[in-house]
Design a protein around this ligand. Structure first.
Ligand SMILES: *[C@@H]1O[C@H](CO)[C@@H](O)[C@H](O)[C@H]1NC(C)=O
Ligand SMILES: *[C@@H]1O[C@H](CO)[C@@H](O)[C@H](O)[C@H]1NC(C)=O
Length: 506
């Protein structure tokens, strides 16, 4: 009938209008709830949190708008030849006479918001000991202090803490008071986790403990732009004459200040200033999930696996088509950052991170990644750096490598031992009995000699005596109920060890 024909067309019309209305309602409810939360805080707390919430509102607004994937696959192109330069080409330009002048325009920013939970540690990840009792933070301070002393320079260290790491980190910072490094800290934002169904905050008030212990999260390192600016440090460093920051994850022990890249930045003509360098490195089969650089609508852009349509994931992972991945070592112009931040011109892709809390509640947290901003900066480029600049310690297998004689430690920097014949690191896969750092340490009386190791797999209840050496491919498997003690002084070369092998004290 006439009636039904009419109602079909109005239904179609009002469907999108209905969606829009729903979106507005979600947004209004969110704003109401945030305001109510702020009312539970004291004045200073509310002031800080209001800035955080302003950022969150923008993110939430964009989250509600998002329809479908953020890239159209056919529009993806290989970056032009000169937009990702080999490190050797940058290095070939040499160094200026006055290195201190360049260094004095630099600040080092370490992303220090993460906890050591995945390695079984309480507190900030940066406070885990990684080599000769030195923590990630110790090594970072030593590196920068060495630089400042060697070149009579003043490179400050800036730590981006989160509400999870700020207090513990600050306690430790006392011990560097007399070191030749100025250390600044700022907090990244604190955003509310939202209920997956209602899309409203789960927080009852601004508190962070008790019923609110799981209510907040630090929203990924893409937050560095807003929180650095909100903290006032961005303006302060610009006023002090700083022009660039070198940003990296604090658990990447390969992320040292590279003087050649710094010089490259400083020597660009003023009208073609490179505002952003992303250090990338060649993919191996182990890094297929890492973000890569693409050319998209005339801009260099970071493509993360989460943005890739399902049908193209295998293509994304291929080592031949997308040859490089992002190390998250980034060089960023401070004036450019200020300009973009003021214009609110950084549309960082939203990463929706779903979590199930202890009580079984499903929440989502909206995050962004620092490298995603590359598309907003002028004359951005990639530099394809040696693998040695990417030495992250995410697991105890990584930890075993950096504790071993494969590396030597010099002024806070780890370099691969010259005694190793191949420049590649061995593949190490330690089983779940090694996940927690405490358990890992208890299983090695001393760290084995690994100079000639290619591959190590260890699984089950296995311990290593003093002065063990491992060569070639070594596989040690203790099945459930069995235990294997590798005796002191043992040399295992291309061996598979299984069954039961116990050494008892008497
Ligand atoms: C940073 O966060 C911690 C933990 O919430 C808080 O105690 C501290 O006051 C914050 N610092 C600043 C400068 O806001
Ligand atoms: C460790 O083992 C090597 C041989 O693998 C031996 O030459 C060396 O003396 C041993 N060192 C100690 C302290 O036992």
């Amino acid at each position: 009938s006439n009636d039904s024909g009419c109602s079909v067309s109005t239904r179609i019309l009002s469907d999108s209008a209905f969606q829009e209305k729903l979106r507005q309602q979600h947004e209004e409810s969110m704003h109401r709830e945030l305001e109510a939360l702020l009312n539970t805080a004291n004045k200073t707390e509310a002031e800080i949190s209001r800035k955080d919430f302003d950022g969150f509102k923008k993110l939430f607004h964009r989250f509600l708008q998002v329809k479908g994937p953020s890239v159209e696959w056919p529009k993806i192109n290989r970056p032009p030849e000169d937009s990702i330069q080999p490190y050797d080409k940058i290095r070939a330009k040499g160094l200026p006479d006055n290195i201190a002048a360049s260094l004095n325009k630099l600040a080092v920013v370490k992303l220090n918001g993460g906890l050591g939970t995945s390695m079984g540690c309480k507190g900030p990840k940066s406070l885990i000991s990684v080599r000769n009792e030195n923590t990630f933070l110790d090594l970072t301070v030593q590196q920068i202090e060495h630089l400042n002393k060697a070149f009579h320079a003043d490179v400050p260290l800036v730590l981006m803490n989160s509400f999870n790491t700020d207090e513990d980190t600050k306690k430790i910072l006392q011990k560097y008071k007399h070191h030749q490094v100025n250390i600044h800290t700022f907090n990244q934002s604190r955003y509310p986790r939202i209920n997956k169904e209602s899309l409203l905050p789960i927080a009852k008030n601004m508190g962070m403990s008790g019923e609110n212990a799981d209510a907040w999260y630090p929203p990924g390192h893409g937050d560095v732009y807003a929180s650095f600016s909100n903290s006032g440090l961005l303006d302060k460093l610009i006023a002090e004459g700083k022009e660039y920051i070198f940003v990296s994850n604090i658990d990447n022990l390969g992320a040292t200040v590279d003087l050649f890249i710094l010089h490259h930045l400083m020597s660009q003509p003023a009208d073609r200033r490179c505002e952003f360098i992303m250090e990338v490195t060649d993919k191996t089969r182990a890094d297929v999930k890492g973000g890569t650089l693409i050319q998209y609508e005339d801009h260099l852009r970071l493509l993360e696996i989460a943005q890739v349509p399902k049908a193209h994931v295998d293509e994304f992972k291929s080592v031949t088509k997308f040859k490089i991945f992002n190390t998250n070592n980034l060089w960023i112009s401070l004036p450019a950052m200020k300009r973009l931040q003021e214009k609110n011109a950084m549309d960082l892709e939203i990463i929706v991170n779903p979590k199930t809390l202890d009580g079984g509640l499903n929440v989502i947290q909206l995050e962004t990644a620092v490298g995603a901003a590359i598309k907003s900066f002028n004359n951005a480029m990639g530099v394809n750096v040696p693998r040695s600049r990417f030495l992250p310690v995410k697991t105890s297998s990584d930890l075993l490598l950096v504790m071993s004689n494969l590396y030597s430690l010099d002024a806070g920097s780890l370099t691969m031992s010259k005694k190793r014949e191949f420049p590649t690191t061995p593949h190490v896969k330690l089983g779940s009995s090694f996940t927690k750092v405490q358990e890992f340490l208890a299983r090695f009386e001393s760290i084995p000699d690994m100079l000639e190791l290619d591959h190590l797999t260890v699984s089950g209840d296995v311990t290593f005596g003093k002065n063990v050496s491992l060569k070639g491919t070594v596989i040690i498997i203790a099945n459930h109920g069995d235990r294997i003690d590798i005796p002191a002084g043992a040399m295992l070369e291309n061996k598979i060890v299984s069954g039961n092998l116990r050494i008892l004290d008497h």
